[in-house]
Design a protein around this ligand. Structure first.
Ligand code: TYC
Length: 102
């Protein structure tokens, strides 16, 4: 016959910090050879931009050297960079697309 449980407990609570997915900014880089129309088409097809948004971003990259296409979780960003780079290689354009942790 053991000791009786007093029935009095100590409340404990585990507070796990919420794991927010790291976000990555996808950037297009300017070059002297990729046609404007190709960049505009990529922005519409890969990043679901409207024609107007795509033109604005393309001109921004053309004038400033770099511009943001969007911010995504790691795997989504990686897939979009790959799609852009595959399309550029297929058409033999030197267009560069990169991602950076936000
Ligand atoms: N600078 C290119 C041109 O004059 C156009 C261009 C825009 C290229 C954006 C790349 O990410 C880019 N044809």
């Amino acid at each position: 016959e053991g000791d009786e449980d007093s029935g009095i407990g100590v409340a404990t609570k585990t507070r796990t910090k919420t794991q927010r997915p790291s976000l990555y900014r996808v950037l297009l880089l300017n070059d002297d050879y990729t046609p404007m129309e190709f960049v505009i088409a990529v922005l519409q097809q890969v990043f679901h931009k409207s024609q107007e948004e795509a033109v604005t971003i393309t001109m921004h990259v053309h004038n400033n050297g770099v511009g943001e296409c969007g911010v995504f979780p790691y795997e989504v960003a990686e897939t979009k960079v790959t799609r852009v780079m595959d399309a550029a290689r297929k058409h033999q354009h030197p267009l560069q697309c990169v991602m950076e942790k936000q």
